[in-house]
Design a protein around this ligand. Structure first.
Ligand code: C2E
Ligand code: CA
Ligand code: CA
Length: 590
């Protein structure tokens, strides 16, 4: 048998986990015996016990607690250990439950009878602690091994369909009790037969194994999942439920968006080519999603819904995820259509840049521009940035698009600077995704060099989220930009959670006060006080301030009174194309 190191690791982890978390039930009419046993077993690391003194309730408790092992006394008033044994072994569910008889009897006839009735092992009273520890451990290890055969898939080491159904029941109950949302993802691999045909069964097993690890990775690294109710981190609920189908239960999602995010990431990770047995393998998946409580509170209905949602997607061309609810789907339909059109947009030259003037608040002269991206798709439909920028970020398309923006914008600025008009600054919006891309600094530096623009006129707009992420890498990178002479601006300031004290530690130069606050001045006292506080703070930290979205004279005069430095907004001008903007620039005064 060749066993991959990974498989061995999961097996071992699984065994020790089973032992430590095992629930041990005892039925004995002498509470003191049970207490002693509990104390001994505590020393061996066991923590979960169910003690039953009244043998008449034993079966009921057994059903409810579903223990891993039962320690059973033989002679008790009311219902005897023999009776309990007989009843338990008649129940299919407990046919294989390990039962150790704990008895003071020395009569061989009693032991024989108990064995006939299905006892697993014996221990004499009074109990010898080390003997007890050993027997329990061995019995549980044997049970874990049997469970492993019965509940785990040998190819992927993932729990199988049987385990899945049990966990699903249990998770559904928990979700009902805590009023949680639950999503079931049916993940089915396409063209696995073809893989079988090309590289054989062993190769196909390896492919499945790699896919299982990739999906686990996606789930483990998902930021959309919250912690479980207990202090434990919930275990991975990924199962291999059929030949080419995995099932994933997400029980800690805030909303269906979380399930969509995970589904999208799984599709992406499956798409990545893999090398197996010297061949490059390309796979695709289809994912169907059913959610509790929105779509059903019944296990079998949810199973059916997820499966038919998967088939629906497959028939529509595959490599996608679908919810079983029409309402949720229509939301994602739009997004999907944006995504597919966006893939070719750069290549088809569908993007343009426009420039919104930023003015000195006292002199009302243009000091700079903010670069804004525009997309007119092939059919001539204008798609607002709010709709496509998030899709570009999620798909990673923002990386090539962002590169195009930088190059185009810098060369535009360089052209203006060389045209004899007064020198203005240029602010470029950056998404976090671009910023964490490890080539980003090189890209900016090369674009600066290539366009021959003076970096002191460049401003990068970053978000509060990026600052708060507090990644060491981020801070270093910000400083590198500063060292180059480029300035940094915090966009949409006030909408995130940046603590003010934090700001002075970071190498930022400018705050842009979010449009939502400006819209409230001067009539909304709350917004007014936010704006004047931000301005005061910025002054004391010697940060430059820009007000976004200024539309009225009243807003402008409030900002003037509160000593804001710059403003941009429809009051002066909408975003303009390059030629329109150029026409507004004054000649350079020597
Ligand atoms: P943002 O960075 O806050 O950009 C300012 C937005 O406010 C722009 O919307 C601009 O057209 C709009 N605006 C300017 N003045 C006014 C005004 O007086 N009233 C109102 N109601 N709106 C005004 P736009 O161009 O639709 O962009 C929306 C968002 O899309 C931007 O918000 C930014 O987050 C993102 N975005 C735009 N271009 C880029 C880009 O090149 N790269 C990245 N990563 N994101 C971009
Ligand atoms: Ca901006
Ligand atoms: Ca903004």
């Amino acid at each position: 048998m060749t066993n991959s190191p990974h498989k061995e690791r999961t097996t071992r982890r699984y065994d020790s986990q089973i032992l430590a978390h095992a629930t041990i039930m005892m039925v004995d009419d002498e509470p003191i015996t049970m207490e002693m046993v509990r104390i001994y077993l505590n020393d061996f690391g066991y923590r979960n016990f169910v003690l039953v003194e009244d043998s008449a309730t034993a079966l009921h408790v057994l059903e409810k607690t579903n223990p891993d092992l039962l320690l059973l006394d033989l002679f008790m008033p009311q219902v005897s250990g023999f009776d309990i044994l007989t009843t338990i072994r008649a129940l299919p569910k407990f046919k294989h439950l390990p039962i150790i008889i704990l008895t003071g009897s020395t009569d061989p006839g009693d032991k024989l009878q108990a064995l006939d009735l299905g006892a697993t092992d014996f221990l004499g009273k009074p109990v010898d602690p080390s003997e007890l520890g050993l027997r329990i451990r061995n019995t549980l290890a044997a049970k874990a091994y049997m469970d492993r055969l019965a509940f785990y898939d040998p190819q992927t080491s993932l729990p199988n369909r049987q385990m899945f159904l049990e966990r699903f029941d249990w998770t559904l109950q928990k979700a009902k009790r805590y009023q949680e949302q639950l999503a079931l993802l049916n993940i089915s691999l396409d063209n696995l037969d073809k893989v079988n045909a090309t590289i054989g069964h062993r190769g196909a097993d390896e492919v499945l194994n790699q896919i299982a690890r990739r999906i686990e990775g996606v789930v483990r690294n998902s930021d959309i999942l919250t912690l479980d109710h207990g202090n434990d981190v919930s275990e991975m609920m990924l199962f291999r439920t059929e030949g080419s189908t995995f099932s994933l239960l997400l029980d800690r999602i805030h909303d269906v968006k979380g399930a969509a995010t995970v589904a999208e990431r799984i599709l992406r990770t499956v798409r990545e080519p893999m090398q197996v047995e010297g061949s490059e393998i390309f796979l695709r998946a289809n994912i169907g999603i059913a959610t509790f409580p929105a779509e059903s509170d019944d296990r079998d209905t949810l199973l059916r819904l997820a499966s038919s949602a998967k088939d629906y997607g497959k028939n529509k061309g595959g490599d996608c995820f679908h919810f079983s609810s029409a309402a949720i789907n229509s939301l994602y339909e739009k997004r999907r259509s944006i995504e597919s059109r966006l893939r070719n947009a750069l290549h088809n030259d569908e993007f343009t840049l426009c420039y919104q003037p930023q003015l000195d608040i006292l002199t009302n002269t243009i000091k700079g521009v903010e670069v804004l991206l525009r997309w007119k798709d092939r059919d001539g439909t204008f798609v607002p940035p709010e709709e496509f920028v998030p899709v570009a970020e999620e798909t990673g398309l923002i990386i090539p698009i962002g590169e195009w923006i930088l190059k185009k914008a810098f060369s535009q600025l360089s052209e203006w600077h060389n045209s004899g008009s007064t020198r203005i600054t240029m602010s470029v919006n950056l998404s976090t995704r671009q910023f964490v891309d490890y080539d980003f600094f090189t890209l900016v530096r090369d674009s600066v060099e290539h366009s021959n623009v003076d970096p002191r006129y460049l401003i990068l707009e970053i978000t509060e989220t990026l600052l708060m992420a507090d990644i060491k890498h981020t801070r270093g990178l910000l400083q590198e930009f500063k060292d180059m002479g480029i300035r940094l601006s915090v966009d949409d300031f006030g909408t995130g959670y940046s603590s003010l004290s934090y700001l002075c530690e970071l190498p930022v130069d400018e705050l842009k006060i979010d449009r939502s606050f400006i819209a409230g001045i001067p009539d909304n006292p709350g917004k007014c006080s936010v704006v004047s506080t931000i301005l005061m703070l910025a002054h004391s930290l010697r940060l430059q301030t820009v007000a976004e979205g200024v539309e009225t004279r009243k807003q402008l005069s409030f900002l003037q009174d509160n000593m804001c430095h710059m403003y941009q907004g429809y009051l002066h001008s909408k975003p303009l194309d390059g030629a329109e903007l150029r026409a507004l620039l004054l000649p350079e005064d020597e």
